[in-house]
Write a protein that binds this ligand. Structure first.
Ligand code: SF4
Length: 418
């Protein structure tokens, strides 16, 4: 019985792919270990989206495979994202098979048909399950490497998605997170994203449905209606903005403008002012003028994001914008970033303070690392809340409890069980 260790770097899609590999290896009779010293097999599943991550964490097989095989002598195989099904065969297959020939150490070809058909990921915890519904991306944002590495969009068959959700529900999981690079672009011959959300909500045992990341362009009126009126679909979305300037959005090839973006935000918040929205933004994109940046400041003031991931632009080799000449110095980019972070910090605090006094249903995730008598969970709108049950009251991960939010420390809400 071989022990394997999976080290995963990157976003939820990478975590999901690792869970898929774990399931394959478990089916071969292997056992997962958290301790790499103890492992017979170590699999490093890495990300290439940010150049910094690629430098520090290793690589993305597809992006730098040949170079890595030469450099890292103790690496046996380099396997690209579409080739994960080969891993058991590489590890345990017939030594005479072509896969085992010494010159075959790299399997990085794109497979346009790979859409997880018939595969189900290993559950990662007892509370919540990731379920991928899409691979790749059809957009071509000028700064982004993802479409070159993950290829065009491939949608997972709806029945496969529903089977995976049902398997999780049968094991007591009540929250599911649907994953895709532009998740709301999901489309198969018999379903779109709205249909899929509705079908997932009909699965017994599922109480909360989340998804990430939607693209502003793919919010239809039908989708907004389900998002606001299906009680199982949570009132939180991470909607990447990237810039508040239409000129920069165009340069980025984002396929949306500020008016479309604001319409989505206003629709979501018109019915529920507590609808939580987070975003990604790039400060100092190539060609960003002072006026463009002011538009981003205005957009942040108008959108009142609950949180934001704010990045300083750095050219990514292999992308279209890499070729363009930068006009801003690193200091100028940093100054813009600092200003935006300060603005957003104040907005985040205000949005969190709005929650004080409300009684919310919390899905308990874990006990607190600082104090084992305290628990951490999330509201429907994805706010982290810490609470301490009174003595004798048993609370465990996976429970739903009612908590009155009565305090905020730093960014974190605190409450009392009711
Ligand atoms: S939508 Fe744009 S930023 Fe997002 S993965 Fe696709 S190309 Fe990259």
């Amino acid at each position: 019985m071989k022990k394997y260790h999976l080290a995963t770097y990157g976003c939820q899609m990478n975590e999901y792919d690792s869970a898929m590999i774990a399931q394959e290896l478990d089916m071969c009779g292997c056992v997962e270990t958290n301790n790499q010293e103890d492992a017979d097999i170590i699999i490093v599943n890495t990300c290439s989206v940010r150049e910094k991550a690629e430098e520090t964490c290793g690589c993305m097989a597809k992006n730098r495979g040949p170079e890595l095989l030469k450099r890292l002598k103790n690496v046996n195989y380099i396997v690209g994202p579409d080739q994960y099904r080969k891993i058991p065969e590489l590890l345990f297959g017939d030594a005479q098979s072509p896969l085992h020939q010494t010159h075959h150490k790299m399997f990085i070809d794109e497979d346009l048909s790979e859409n997880y058909l018939g595969e189900y990921a290993k559950l990662q915890n007892d509370v919540s399950a990731f379920v991928a519904i899409q691979r790749g991306c059809n957009k071509r944002c000028s700064y982004c490497i993802v479409p070159y590495l993950r290829g065009p969009e491939k949608y997972r068959d709806m029945d496969d998605v529903l089977t995976e959700v049902k398997r999780a529900a049968d094991k007591g999981i009540t929250e599911v997170m649907l994953l895709g690079q532009t998740v709301n672009a999901y489309k198969t011959p018999n379903a779109d994203f709205t249909t899929l959300l509705t079908k997932v909500s009909e699965i017994g045992g599922i109480k909360r449905i989340r998804f990430t990341s939607p693209h502003p362009r793919h919010y239809t009126n039908e989708l907004i209606d389900v998002l606001l009126n299906n009680p199982k679909v949570c009132h939180y979305a991470h909607i990447p903005l990237q810039s508040g300037s239409d000129a920069i959005l165009k340069k980025m090839r984002r396929q949306h403008n500020m008016e479309q973006y604001m319409t989505v935000i206003e629709q979501l918040r018109s019915k529920d002012p507590y609808y939580a929205i987070s975003t990604d933004v790039i400060c100092g994109f190539v060609g960003e003028t002072e006026e463009d940046f002011e538009q981003t400041i205005k957009a942040f003031e108008a959108c009142q994001f609950d949180t934001a991931y704010m990045f300083i632009y750095s050219p990514r080799k292999g992308t279209e914008s890499y070729k363009e000449t930068e006009i801003l110095t690193p200091e100028e980019k940093l100054a813009r970033h600092t200003r935006l972070v300060e603005l957003q910090n104040a907005i985040t605090l205000k949005r969190n303070q709005m929650m004080i006094g409300r009684t919310e249903e919390i899905l308990v995730e874990t006990s607190s690392t600082r104090d084992a008598t305290e628990f951490v969970g999330k509201t429907d709108n994805f706010k982290k809340v810490i609470f301490k049950p009174e003595e004798g009251r048993i609370v465990k991960p996976g429970d739903y409890v009612q908590v009155k939010i009565d305090d905020i420390r730093g960014w974190t809400l605190r409450g009392t069980l009711v």
